[in-house]
Ligand binder design. Sequence first.
Ligand SMILES: [Zn+2]
Length: 158
Amino acid sequence: MIDLPHYTDDPPVDLKAHRLLLDLDPVASAQAGRDLQSGTCSCSTMTATPPWDDSAVFEQFDAHMADVQVDAHEAVAEALEQARQQARQAVVTEWNARVPVGTPVRYWTGARQGEGKPSRTRTAAIVLSGHTPVVWVEGEGSFIALTHVQPTDTEGPQ
Ligand SMILES: [Zn+2]
């Protein structure tokens, strides 16, 4: 993870769940002649620091928040990928409900320009390699992305 904003300005980080809790240690403070506090986080996953000067406690808390930040971004990325997979599967499910095998289509192997080539679907649509909704059409040796296949009885944008 690089180039993240400071965790206080990073939306995926739930700041309310992470509050620095300070606990003044009277014995250590008396011995040192200054206030020493042990610090931990309200989320309870941060190991409490020994009685330290505030700056050292803050530093430890910042390190904890850096970990929290990385985890938060991983969770966001995972949720996003899951949503994308569901969207792809929904495209395929919708297609298969609407376009039975053998349906006349036009398709484009390059840019989707012009009339396209006439054909028929040879298979049901699938999500290829987990990322691209595709279907096989007659006359082609490989799958064509659904974005480049148009049933000829349902003209217009899908
Ligand atoms: Zn925390």
